[in-house]
Design a protein around this ligand. Structure first.
Ligand SMILES: *Cc1c(COP(=O)(O)O)cnc(C)c1O
Length: 390
């Protein structure tokens, strides 16, 4: 008699059947200043990474990393509140505070942990949390881990948020992405911030994809909209995207940061970020400022992609950021298009449920200052051929 399938086998077979089984690929970078990679041994151009400014292998960033590792070693050896917190962390926090125009910054090991930390520090059990329906998973989990009473408003719908807040006693927490990670569009932050101000809610914006890319100086979505620290009291930034490094931070006033130090469990109970990572991030921040052409470059490539894509009749989305989704509907359509693009030397991942809502599977293109004009041109040509069934 054949053995009954295990519970794991049932779950995995179900994912296979729905076309939702995720698969890891092994990547090897082929160059420091282009997007050429080998994917499971196949040479291609990477259009999936969040390295918007092309800083992840910048010589100054790698040098800073190596130099700091020589001096301080690899591991931080303890949490920030024991012996893990060092001078490089202080310096990075101060520089990020200056860059974002905030009183203080607190480093976290990842963006996921920064968001969970906000949840555990700021929300009591049963407390009111409101979030955009398309928020990043880590913001959704921030409410869950705090055992908050979470309500989601329709994507980008500040008017519904306003009604929800009006029915609530003051003191709610509102969480939103600045740039939505799978759609590339911006949250209507001015309207959200004024709704929060009118109803005594505390607003936290996760600007993982806006930081370093948007705004006059690259300070992100808040700078793009001209919003002040008073209007958006908590800002979450990640360091593994435009800054090409690793880690994350929350920026705000001194009381917010002190509260996080006391109460954010994902800050207190984990090993500090390696010192060399902090040093590399300081270098990346400095390069992002001194080589501001990188920001101009990725934004001009984005406009070029959209112009060529519109001419080729691609189903472009309403995004002016380097995140350019091509909505295809079914998971199967997205997976097939991704495979055909890879055959032609372009790697664009298919994004399927549960990362995006059912029926909105897509190709998610992420542009970078490391892309060449020719990379973008051939991507559009291949996409048009594949979507037109050639
Ligand atoms: C990537 C991302 C995170 C998580 O950041 P990590 O540092 O990778 O953990 C959080 N929020 C948003 C919106 C993101 O895109």
């Amino acid at each position: 008699m054949p053995a009954a399938p295990s519970a794991f086998e049932v779950v995995l077979a179900d994912l296979d059947e729905q076309g939702l089984r995720r698969r890891r690929r092994s990547v090897r970078r082929l160059s420091h200043d282009t997007a050429e990679i080998e994917l499971d041994g196949t040479r291609c151009i990477d259009f999936c990474s969040n390295d918007y400014l092309g800083l992840s292998a910048h010589p100054r960033v790698t040098e800073a990393f190596i130099e700091a590792a020589r001096l301080h070693g690899v591991g931080a050896r303890a949490s920030h509140l024991i012996t893990g917190h060092q001078g490089e962390h202080d310096a990075l926090e101060e520089e990020l505070a200056a860059f974002t125009g905030r009183e203080r910054v607190l480093l976290f090991s990842t963006g996921y942990m920064a968001n969970l930390g906000l949840g555990t520090a700021l929300v009591r059990k049963g407390g009111a949390v409101f979030g955009d329906r398309l928020n990043h998973a880590s913001l959704i989990d921030a409410g869950r881990i705090a055992r908050a009473a979470i309500e989601h408003y329709p994507h980008g719908d500040a008017a519904t948020l306003e009604r929800q807040l009006a029915a609530q006693t003051p003191g709610a927490l509102v969480l939103t992405d600045g740039v939505f990670s799978m759609d590339g569009d911006l949250a209507p932050l001015p309207a959200i911030a004024s709704a929060c101000a009118r109803h005594g809610a505390f607003l936290a914006v996760d600007d993982a994809h806006g930081l370093g890319v948007l705004g006059e100086t690259g300070a992100g979505t808040l700078e793009h909209f001209g919003l002040t620290a008073r209007e958006v009291p908590a800002l979450v930034g990640t360091l593994g995207k435009a800054f090409g490094s690793f880690g994350a931070f929350v920026a705000g006033d001194a009381d917010l940061v002190e509260t996080l130090i006391q109460r954010a469990r994902t800050y207190i109970y984990t090993t500090a970020l390696p010192v060399a990572v902090a040093a590399a991030t300081r270098a990346a921040l400095a390069v992002s400022i001194s080589e501001s052409w990188r920001r101009t470059r990725v934004l001009s490539l984005t406009r070029r992609f959209r112009k060529l894509g519109a001419e080729a009749g691609l189903p472009l989305a309403d995004s002016e950021t380097p995140i350019q989704p091509i909505l295809l509907g079914t998971a199967d359509a997205a997976v097939t298009a991704s495979a055909r693009l890879l055959e032609r030397g372009h790697y664009v991942a298919a994004i399927r449920p549960p990362t995006v809502p059912a029926g909105s599977s897509r190709l998610r293109i992420a542009l970078s200052a490391a892309h060449r004009d020719a990379d973008v041109e051939s991507l559009v040509t291949c996409l048009a051929e594949i979507l037109n069934g050639k």
